[in-house]
Ligand binder design. Structure first.
Ligand code: MG
Ligand code: MG
Length: 280
């Protein structure tokens, strides 16, 4: 497959993506603090938006035609694209928050999953494992990107991690294939496609200027999904719990940098022996 050379950003463009990445990280930090029993996903939405505005940015989700919120909030069987509501969150809920900021015309995009303490102990443990494995698979994918020749090695690393960890905890996790990651820059979603699973094609060359959002969506059992009546929310057909983790990551002349992590990904990448390098 051939990709236009324009999928690779210039060093100056990479520098412009640092601020929206940090604003996105700030919005998820604010959101995380609100993910408690009794809060509503609309409360979380407000907190995320305030953080982006405090950073001098704007929500890029609000630029998506027909979407009115700063975040997507996907609870329990919902995987992605959930709309914030007035329903109170409960102990044991597994909550995925996806957020993005735009500053100076450049975008960030990131997602986290949190399991609210309490609820059924065994199910809560299973949901926490699901979120941990999903997050770990994201870092495994980012770590592979640091050494990859071609982009689709990332999906191989993600799937391998999920299969290995799933076997360890005795769970046959499903990886969504209908929804994937993407290039990111002047628009939130652009070329190239970023697969969170193994594919035949090698994908574009990994070289300085590549900026991608990697976002594994992992579910307890079957990866089959449907879209709810609100025409946005993607949920598992079997009702199993779901997790979604995402970071926007830049490949540059000196290495890689996780734009949507405050520390550039240092903590998440340490277990994989990869050290991120700031964009100068
Ligand atoms: Mg996202
Ligand atoms: Mg994304």
């Amino acid at each position: 497959m051939m990709f236009r050379n324009s999928i690779y950003k210039t060093p100056e463009q990479l520098r412009l993506m640092v601020e929206p990445g940090l604003a996105t990280a700030a919005s998820l930090k604010a959101a995380r603090a609100q993910i408690v029993a009794g809060a509503t996903t609309l409360d979380i939405d407000k907190a995320a938006e305030a953080a982006i505005i405090a950073y001098g940015g704007a929500s890029n989700f609000k630029l998506v035609p027909g979407y009115r919120h700063t975040i997507c909030a996907s609870v329990n069987d919902e995987v992605v694209h959930g709309i914030p509501t007035t329903r109170a969150l409960e102990a044991g809920d597994i909550v995925s928050i996806d957020s993005g900021a735009i500053i100076g015309g450049w975008n960030g995009d990131s997602a986290i999953t949190v399991v609210i303490p309490g609820g059924d102990a065994a199910e809560s443990k299973r949901r926490t494992e699901l979120s941990n494995v999903t997050e770990g698979s994201l870092w495994a994918g980012i770590a592979r990107l640091a050494k990859a020749k071609h982009l689709n090695e990332v999906g191989d690393a993600i799937q391998t991690y999920i299969e290995t960890e799933g076997a360890r905890v005795g769970q046959n996790y499903g990886i969504l294939t209908e929804y994937i990651g993407h290039g990111i820059g002047k628009t939130m979603h652009e070329e190239p496609p970023v697969f969170n699973y193994r594919v035949r094609q090698k994908g574009p060359e990994v070289k300085p200027g590549l900026v991608i959002a990697i976002e594994p969506m992992v579910v307890m059992n079957s990866p089959e999904t449907y879209v709810k009546a609100d025409e946005w929310t993607v949920a598992t057909t079997d009702g199993g719990a779901a997790s979604h983790w995402e970071h926007s990551v830049a490949v540059h002349a000196d290495g890689i940098w996780v734009l949507t992590a405050e520390d550039g990904g240092a903590a998440g990448l340490a277990p994989f022996g990869v050290t991120p390098t700031p964009i100068r």
